[in-house]
Design a binder for this molecule. Sequence first.
Ligand code: CA
Length: 417
Amino acid sequence: MSNKNLTSWLEVAPASDFSIHNIPFGIYSDQGVNHHACSAIGDYVIDLYELAKHQLLSCDASVLEQLYLNDFISLGKTKTSALRVQLITLLTDPNSRLKNEEAIFNAVFKKQSAVKMLMPVRVGDYTDFYSSMDHATNVGTMFRDPANALLPNWKHLPVGYHGRSSSICVSGHSFFRPKGQQKPADSETPVFGPTKLLDIELETAFVIGKSTSLGDNVTTALADEYIFGMVLFNDWSARDIQTWEYVPLGPFLSKNFASTVSPWIVTLEALEPFRTKGYKQEPKVLPYLQYVGDRNLDIQLDVFIKPKGGEENKIITSNYKYMYWTMEQQLAHHTVNGCNINVGDLMASGTISGPQPHEYGSFLELTWRGTKPLKLNDGSERKFVNDFDTIIIRGHCEKDGMRVGFGECVATALPAK
Ligand code: CA
């Protein structure tokens, strides 16, 4: 259902991320509710458990009062898509009981500002890709050889690694600056201490919506059946720890101390109108990675830094359309060896950078390893993230008067513990 003429009887500000075209899924709590599945419209969350209890949603209410959405997602996309359409109908039909019965309205709608959003899924496994060509080129140029910035495999397969799910937190958290080994350029031996180069990675992630068994492969053509939706993702990184540890097996402690996700899962159905072309893939990829049509997505991504007690400074404007490898290709590659996937697994994009300097998705690139510090509104400078800095990622799609957004992905860095 992507009819651009849809209008809700509930007033939604034109700049709201949560238009009638979105209808994402999440989990909330407040003083009276431990954890209920919810959706969002305008400034409100919609309590799905209450809707089911009032026989307005064709779903077993017990699935909607759990700590995570995993069981809801496991109902299958046929069912969850139908429920989303049912919600849209309730919100557009001026004769719906939801609109006209005050007791139901009051039980179902709550101001977003008055609830706490929780982690939307229980993440079993988390994979992080490295799928932005501009990012990989920038990093390769800085750390290796500008003439051969991309390693020989990069355009043949979506490079990725297995991350750690235990430290993925929902937006609104804070975390301790990680400590670890670093090897200063002027030292023969490593030193130990808090990272001096705390960085962000502007990413998105997709949530697996259907499990497979060992030995199964998900083809690019069928991949969408296995992708429930997307979230914003900040893959916090410690660059000095990373530089010293990453050879030969890739990042470890430089990445697994914290990652931040936004609380709303925006469904693939809501994102469908915003499909667009990606970069041309040259050389041609192997048959199992080939796909048909425009499979990229036009999602504007903005990043802000807010020093303690200060104001927001916009530091990045990028776009998901700059991804070289699509989600379908990432999933096809991930499962081509028979690796099984489970509902709730998160697969992150890798840092999303565009070709222009203001589109670079990390401080590493924005400040070119600290050689070009950013100037903030308050006159201070940043080479990397300081203690008590808050980083905010926002993302949205907009086309033909339809706006579909992700809300916020926010986290604050605290001094080392
Ligand atoms: Ca990353």
